[in-house]
Design a protein around this ligand. Structure first.
Ligand code: HEM
Length: 462
């Protein structure tokens, strides 16, 4: 990673353009697309993945926003200040989510394009169009009763634990956290389980984006998968999100339904997997959580809140483009320039949370956070996502009461990429549970009755 440019004085907040004349620092912005070899902090690659919080600290020297490179040749301004992030996210008059103008100058083969290329969906739309798309998504999720969602998560959690329970060890990322939301989405959107592997491979590629080819192939695989789903649901509706999108009073066209389905699955899967895994990583390496497994103080929900505040699953996103040249928190931003919010940096700004532990601050205190973003584009599925993650963790720790990681927390590694905080793996060990031993409850890991029996929604204790 290259060094950031020379530190500049911190600005005091949002000022009008005229303020520059009265002494506020004016900054020269990097070109929206960075020329090869230019020295801008990289928000990708192994060094960033190994120490993103060190990078955020260095970026704070620029003030509320800093110039970064999110992929080779793709420059952006990154908001690292909490107040500035809120100001941006709550000001749709100034800031647009429409990336079409920006795309004209973006490298066509960039690995970040799957995350930034405009499509007719709620992520990239403003105002009325956004409200129309968003209503279909929020109304769809409201039709799923919380207890049914929980029952489904329990069922999928138990079936996954049954697969690795006898081994006494598992990669909780690959064998649990990444797969569970996927199995759930298959059901919620009306997909057969046989599509799970196709979906997980495609979505991992979209988020990771190591090379343009990989990212593009992953995007194509995901859209192919969605195409099959759409065709099936057009033939026969069901009690599922896809069918509800199709029949929503907003009157979405087939293409619009397809795009809201793609974005909702894509937006939901990866961060939910990372929320589960990042929270488990904290719980299983921190005595305050370890003691909860046998009746101590902190709970899985505490771990989730800890992660949301201190290590948000989506670290940097909320891509916005100013509708006009704007002087924002001490920095001139050109019309159409890419500006992203670092939820991770804003949340952990000095004075907001406790001292850092590898990968961010620790402790479950700290108050408000931006892990779900804020404003009109904030995550519309916060409660269901929290329920899914909490239930997944509760279920795992209930079955495997002595589970622990096989590496220290500071030995864990994270995937490359500017957007997410995603573990490469989460290796754990535990006393094997024996599916053929009769008479057990989920809390007795040694003498469990057949896991298969407990997979049915009616049997597990809650
Ligand atoms: C069931 C799981 C989830 C689903 C279906 C889901 C769906 C969505 C959708 C559709 C949006 C777009 C909203 C809009 O533009 O109006 C969104 C935004 C967002 N979601 Fe979620 N989400 C889920 C879980 C999560 C999780 C676990 C996190 C992280 C803690 C998260 C963080 C965000 C953030 C930060 C945004 C704003 C992104 C932006 O504007 O660029 N979501 N989500």
């Amino acid at each position: 990673m290259t060094s950031p440019r020379l530190p500049r004085p911190r600005s005091a907040g949002h000022r009008d353009p005229g303020d520059g004349a009265s002494g506020a620092p004016r900054r020269v912005m990097p070109p929206p697309m960075t020329p090869p070899g230019s020295e801008v902090t990289q928000l990708y690659g192994p060094e960033f993945a190994a120490d993103p919080y060190g990078t955020y600290e260095r970026l704070r020297h620029y003030g509320a926003l800093a110039p970064v490179e999110i992929a080779p040749g793709v420059g952006a301004m990154l908001v690292t200040d909490y107040r500035a992030a809120l100001d941006l996210l709550h000001d749709p008059e100034t800031w647009s989510k429409d990336s079409r103008t920006w795309m004209k100058s973006a490298p066509e083969d960039s690995p970040v394009l799957p995350m930034l290329a405009w499509r007719p969906n709620l992520f990239f739309s403003d105002g009325e169009a956004h409200g129309r798309y968003r209503s279909a998504v929020t109304d769809g999720f409201e039709r799923i009763p919380a207890h049914e969602l929980r029952t489904a998560v329990v069922e999928f959690a138990d079936s996954l634990i049954a697969k690795f329970g006898e081994k006494g060890e598992a990669d909780l990322m690959a064998e649990y956290a990444r797969v569970l939301p996927l199995m759930l989405f298959n059901r919620l959107f009306g997909l057969p389980d046989s599509y799970s592997e196709q979906l997980i491979t495609a979505l991992a590629g979209v988020w990771e984006g190591r090379t343009a080819e990989e990212a593009s192939a992953a995007g194509a695989a995901f859209e192919g998968y969605i195409g099959e789903l759409m065709a099936a649901k057009k033939q026969a509706r069901g009690e599922d999100l896809t069918s509800w999108f199709m029949d929503h009073p907003a009157g979405l066209t087939d293409e619009e339904v397809m795009h809201q389905t793609v974005i909702t699955m894509g937006a939901g899967h990866e961060p939910t997997a990372n929320l589960i895994a990042n929270a488990l990583a904290r719980m299983l390496t921190d005595d305050r959580y370890y003691s909860t497994l046998s009746g101590g103080a902190l709970t899985p929900l505490d771990a989730i809140h800890d992660v949301l505040r201190n290590e948000p699953p989506i670290a940097n996103y909320s891509a916005h483009f100013p509708k006009r040249d704007v002087y924002f928190h001490g920095t001139w931003i050109r019309r159409g320039q890419l500006v992203m919010v670092s939820y991770a940096a804003a949340n952990t700004q000095h004075g907001r949370t406790g001292p850092g532990r590898s990968g961010g601050a620790s402790g479950s205190g700290g108050g408000s956070h931006l892990a779900w973003a804020a404003g009109p584009h904030s995550c519309p599925v916060q409660q269901p996502a929290t329920l899914i993650a909490t239930t997944a963790i509760e279920r795992l720790t209930a079955w495997l009461s002595d589970i622990e990681l096989t590496v220290r927390h500071d030995e864990l590694t994270y995937r490359n990429g500017p957007f997410h905080r995603a573990l490469t793996c989460l290796p754990a060990r535990f006393t094997p549970i024996s599916p053929d031993q009769p008479g057990a409850t989920p809390w007795e890991s040694r003498e469990s009755r057949p896991l298969e029996e407990r997979r049915t929604p009616a049997t597990p204790a809650r």
